[in-house]
Design a protein around this ligand. Structure first.
Ligand code: NAG
Ligand code: NAG
Ligand code: NAG
Ligand code: NAG
Length: 334
């Protein structure tokens, strides 16, 4: 394990402890005074994993009398679309690694099902009548040492190194709904027509601005990627491929229009100014041939699903920079 991975792991464990302690206090108020009260129904366990309220769910007959034989893998909901895709993918990959069954809190599935179809992980509600042994919960793969134990990943789980072990299968897990796929196809086709190109190479650019700039500075003393990063990355693709069309998505598309436009490049800005349609933009980025991303979980999924080459902004010990060290067609710049 590299120093970088150890660092990520240490932070993950600290976070995990905080969350698990939080869950314990919430779920097991009697825990310290009466250690025998440890079993809890999954139906009561699901809501605390969510930051949105759950409504009643109809349980399919085939799940009515089924309980997992061993522990399960699940995760706490946190963040927006990009985070929740990582949470889902982390659970999926850890379940694959351990052989445990995966279940997602319904709130995460609700976020993802707005954009993806045929997700394979069932909701936790389906085993609502089954019980979880509170004494057998760990919050990372490293603490897991018995099939009786369940792994509940704390907030903001993004176990990228395990996810990368099954990258092809994970990509298949995230199939956009037909409407989003069709829209992406139309947007790219129109972009090619607009520039009068019959054999374009589409390069998706995701520019993360707004709150993340503050977050990067506060947590890492890292400044926002400069305009020169995006332009250098664009130069790279324009040197390497013919008929390159850049497709820009951002949470601040106004900034992009003002800063990234340049005469020599064919560049289209697809995001709406009010950040509506994160799924729509992600489907378009995922349909591009190659990617340029700065930072953030959302852009990383655009690049992973596009499955082409990726240029990523250099942030020391940051997950997407670390991924670029492992993935052969990813490179760090800036
Ligand atoms: C297995 O994990 C549990 C919970 O994390 C821990 O209390 C126990 O000591 C571990 N056992 C071994 C053999 O590592
Ligand atoms: C588009 O490209 C074709 C072939 O290169 C050319 O004949 C045509 O004039 C171009 N049309 C426009 C509008 O640029
Ligand atoms: C590039 O992406 C477009 C749109 O998804 C696709 O139609 C085309 O086949 C891709 N080109 C290559 C060389 O993969
Ligand atoms: C990324 O940044 C680190 C720290 O500043 C530096 O050592 C490294 O050479 C950079 N990598 C690239 C590819 O620019």
């Amino acid at each position: 394990m590299s120093h970088a991975q150890q660092h990520v792991l240490a932070s993950a464990i600290v976070l995990a402890l905080i969350v698990v302690l939080g869950i314990h206090v919430f779920l097991f108020p009697m825990y310290s005074s009466n250690p025998r009260i440890r079993r809890i129904k999954f139906s009561e366990y699901e809501q605390p994993l969510c930051h949105t309220n759950l409504k009643n769910v109809r349980i399919p007959v085939e799940w009515k009398n089924q309980c997992p034989k061993y522990g399960i893998v699940s995760a706490v909901q946190a963040g927006r679309l990009g985070n929740q895709i990582w949470e889902y993918a982390s659970v999926w990959a850890i379940a694959r690694r351990t052989g445990l069954e995966a279940f997602m809190p319904r709130c995460i599935l609700k976020t993802l099902e707005e954009h993806f179809e045929h997700l394979s992980i069932p909701p936790l509600s389906y085993i609502g009548q089954c019980t979880l042994d509170g004494g057998q919960v760990v919050n990372s793969l490293d603490q897991w040492n018995s099939t009786e134990q369940s792994i509940i990943l704390p907030k903001y789980a993004a176990h990228w190194s395990i996810v990368l072990d099954w990258l092809e299968d994970v990509r298949r897990e995230f199939t956009f709904k037909p409407k989003l796929r069709m829209n992406a196809e139309i947007v790219l086709k129109e972009a090619a027509q607009q520039h009068n190109l019959s054999d374009p190479t589409f390069v998706g650019i995701h520019v993360r601005r707004t709150d993340y700039i503050d977050y990067l500075w506060k947590t890492r003393k890292v400044r926002a990627a400069p305009v020169s990063f995006y332009h250098a990355a664009m130069d790279h693709y324009e040197r390497k491929y013919r008929n390159v069309v850049f497709i820009v998505a951002s949470d601040n598309i106004g900034w992009c229009k003002y800063n990234l436009k340049r005469k020599k490049s064919k560049i289209n800005f697809i995001s709406e100014p009010d950040e509506k349609g994160p799924g729509k933009d992600l489907a378009i980025l995922s349909s591009c041939n190659h990617s340029i991303i700065d930072y953030g979980t959302y852009g990383s999924w655009g690049a992973i699903l596009a499955a082409g080459e990726t240029v990523v902004f250099n942030v020391t010990e940051y997950f997407s920079t670390l991924m670029a060290e492992v993935l052969p067609n990813w490179r760090v710049m800036g």
